[in-house]
Ligand binder design. Structure first.
Ligand code: FAD
Ligand code: NAD
Length: 407
């Protein structure tokens, strides 16, 4: 008898954890599982700012997918998904390859929201993937080297747009990483400028007053120039244009002003709402019994007005339930409704500080930074057990990661 085919698109948080769960839940020979990802590495999205600032080795952030899965149970296919034909039950990959499925999970993650602001797509750098953040690092090195030739101060001005959690984590990491890079490339750090621009009145505007104040103080101690209540209107190769007739001469704008669902979901012949795939309480794409979606490309409504946010925490909790529901569908069993339990959020501000809330406790400072490490270690434990934690902290390869696919 032909074995049912389960195909998972995307090996980010949602996709890789679902495939690991399926390895545990499926009986031997019960189904063929194929995991498709555009790169052969899984990257720790929540740590991408470290790649951008050069404060982590490549292999601490990007890990070989074949080494994370059990090849006897999951077949890994490297390929970029271009579309899905739900009538023929076939996934199309760039280059013309196709993969057929009986059960499909779409977990293709997020893309950067640019709000169509002129010049952002063309000239700004984004914290979107391992590759895009490696591009930030390479740009920093290029500018440090070019500064030594022409002494153009705009080369040493690094602007971070958006003061949400991503922007704050990037700012903290630049403040930690740039002094070391300046030393290495023989450029005086004292003339480097790190600039934060946020449209709202403060950084992390959605957080508690005390946490906002703490974060602002830490960033100011790092000598970061803060433009709050100021929208970015345009980016060119040489300057960032702000509201109120302000301009910043800079060759590097790091854009972290929010995310949207991966636009590939528009090519799947499935209903799309707010740029994402609307899912029911069992994480099935609405109207489809054999197609599931989780993570940043799925729209899960908690009530009539509020959708779950695009976070790793959501994607990971969804992955557990989704794996169970794929197996239940395959076996003709009962499906489990997804219930989200918010455990808290913690954002790093460099190595020694962090801000957040876990349960009813507001965290900051060194304790917050410690908790952030604990959260990251728990993910590694879930992904590859204690041996992965040890390898990532003590035995990680210093070889650079080769990038072959597009962003
Ligand atoms: P992703 O993890 O983005 O994975 C998508 C996967 O699909 C990737 O492997 C990608 O390569 C692949 N892919 C994309 N397009 C294609 C294609 N066409 N074909 C094949 N493969 C494709 N959330 C938290 O809860 N806590 C945090 O501390 C936190 N920190 C963050 C820090 C930063 C700097 C950023 C940017 C985000 C952070 N988030 C955090 C948000 C979190 O990272 C995302 O919500 C999470 O990654 C979503 O998981 P996902 O599986 O949906 O997508
Ligand atoms: P966000 O939407 O949370 O923040 C974007 C910020 O950019 C907002 O404060 C907004 O006011 C600002 N902005 C928008 N347009 C602007 C403009 N033209 N000029 C200047 N500022 C502008 O986006 P994010 O920080 O990228 O986070 C995305 C998701 O990832 C969120 O769900 C977040 O919770 C999650 N995340 C979590 C963590 C964590 O838990 N440690 C870290 C990073 C991201």
């Amino acid at each position: 008898m032909r074995k049912p085919k389960i195909v998972i698109l995307g090996a980010g948080y949602g996709g890789i954890i679902t495939s690991k769960q399926l390895e545990k839940l499926l009986k031997s020979g019960e189904a063929d599982v194929t995991l498709i990802n555009k790169h052969d590495y899984h990257y720790i999205t929540t740590q991408l700012h470290k790649t951008g600032a050069g404060t982590a080795a490549d292999r601490q952030i990007a890990m070989s997918i074949p080494e994370l899965i059990n090849p006897a149970k999951t077949h890994f296919k490297k390929g970029a998904v271009s579309s899905v034909d739900t009538t023929q039950q076939v996934v199309h990959l760039e280059g013309g390859d196709t993969v057929s499925y009986d059960y499909l999970l779409i977990a293709l993650g997020f893309d950067i929201e640019t709000f169509d602001i002129p010049g952002i797509k063309e000239h700004a750098y984004s914290i979107r993937s391992f590759r895009s953040t490696k591009a930030i690092y390479n740009q920093i090195i290029r500018q440090l080297n070019l500064y030594k030739e022409d002494q153009d101060p705009s080369r040493l001005t690094f602007v971070v747009a958006g003061g949400g959690f991503t922007g704050v984590e990037m700012l903290g990491e630049l403040a930690e990483g740039l002094p070391k890079l300046c030393k290495k490339y023989d450029v005086p750090f004292e003339i480097v400028k790190i600039v934060a621009v946020e449209a709202a009145a403060s950084v992390i505007p959605f957080f508690h007053k005390e946490s906002i104040q703490y974060t602002t103080e830490v960033l100011e101690k790092f000598n970061i120039d803060m433009y709050m209540g100021t929208k970015i209107l345009e980016c060119t190769p040489d300057k960032v244009v702000l509201e109120n007739n302000l301009e910043i001469a800079a060759k590097t704008l790091i854009w972290s002003c929010g995310v949207k669902g991966n636009p590939i979901v528009q090519n799947c012949g499935l209903p799309v709402e707010k740029g994402k795939l609307p899912v029911d309480t069992f994480l099935r794409v609405k109207g489809k019994n054999n197609i599931f979606s989780i993570g940043d490309c799925a729209l899960f409504m908690m009530d009539e007005k509020n959708a779950l946010p695009p976070t790793a925490q959501v994607a990971l909790q969804e992955a557990d339930v989704c794996a169970k529901n794929i197996v239940a569908t395959l076996r003709g069993g009962d499906l489990k409704s997804f219930e989200y339990h918010h455990k808290g959020s913690v954002a790093s501000i460099g190595v020694w500080a962090a801000v957040g809330k876990v349960g009813n406790f507001r965290l900051s400072g060194l304790f917050g930074a410690f908790m952030k490490q604990v959260i990251e270690a728990r993910y590694l434990l879930n992904l590859g057990g204690p041996s992965l934690i040890i390898k990532q902290h003590f035995g990680v390869s210093k070889e650079p990661v080769k990038m072959t696919a597009n962003q």
